[in-house]
Design a protein around this ligand. Structure first.
Ligand code: 5RP
Length: 228
């Protein structure tokens, strides 16, 4: 009898566990946000005595880390992190990603920027040829939303304000999120640079300048490791 395929949740747990080998004993680890990272945090708890603590990219991850008794340090308290571990909404063969489905993209990019290595943990549904099928999250200053939506329309994208219970979603930074559909991002570096220039954009969810250095991809045949 053949064994049933692993569920998406099981694949997330697999890569969360596999990421432990990138944690450097004695060093603070950077921690992302999302359901895959939650698996990593749960795995990290089993080796928490080996690290001084973590720098977190969101209120949600901070809460989960603390529930496990893992110390959370402010980003400013640590000059450089050896590794940042986070999920992605999409990742391509160059390690470029779309992130921000969980609205934590700004802090994720900040912590990634202070880390020597970005280890992306993802199940195989996140692997794409070209970024853009997943609606691109963009954190914006609310007064600029309407103009930024028009700027995306000029690029062929349809931007909508992310809502929660009928009201604008408010990020950990007190700002709003636009989700942009219909884009095909063939030049992630150029696209990220361009959108970063638009007044009122806080963070665009393309992670090309802060791309992954490693991807641990959970597949039906086990964890595949890609280095970029
Ligand atoms: C949060 C993120 C997440 O990494 C991304 O949304 C993937 O989440 P999940 O692991 O739940 O699929 O960027 O802002």
């Amino acid at each position: 009898m053949s064994t049933p395929p692993l569920s998406q949740d099981e694949l997330k747990a697999l890569v969360g566990q596999a990421a432990l080998r990138y944690v450097v004993p004695g060093e603070v680890v950077g921690v992302g946000t999302g359901s895959t990272v939650n698996k990593f945090i749960d795995a990290l708890a089993t080796i928490k005595d080996k690290i001084p603590g973590a720098v977190s990219s969101s209120v949600a991850s901070t809460e989960r880390l603390r529930q496990h008794g893992i110390a959370v340090l402010e980003a400013e308290a640590v000059a450089q992190l050896s590794v940042y571990i986070d999920g992605a909404d999409e990742i391509d063969a160059k390690g470029y990603m779309i992130k921000g489905g969980g609205a934590a993209l700004t802090r994720e990019k900040i912590v990634a920027a202070q880390s020597r290595q970005f280890v992306c943990i993802a199940d195989e549904s996140k692997w794409v040829d070209t970024l853009g099928a997943f609606p691109l999250p963009v954190e914006v200053i609310p007064m600029a939303s309407a103009r930024i939506m028009r700027q995306f329309a000029a690029l062929g994208g349809q931007a909508s304000l992310r809502l929660k219970d009928g009201k604008p979603w408010v990020t950990d930074n007190g700002q709003h999120i636009l989700d942009v559909r219909g884009l095909k991002i063939s030049d992630p570096l150029g696209f990220e640079s361009e959108v970063n220039q638009w007044p009122g954009v806080i963070t665009v969810g393309v992670f090309a300048h802060q791309k992954a250095s490693v991807c641990l991809l959970g597949t039906a045949t086990g964890v595949k490791t890609y280095t970029f």
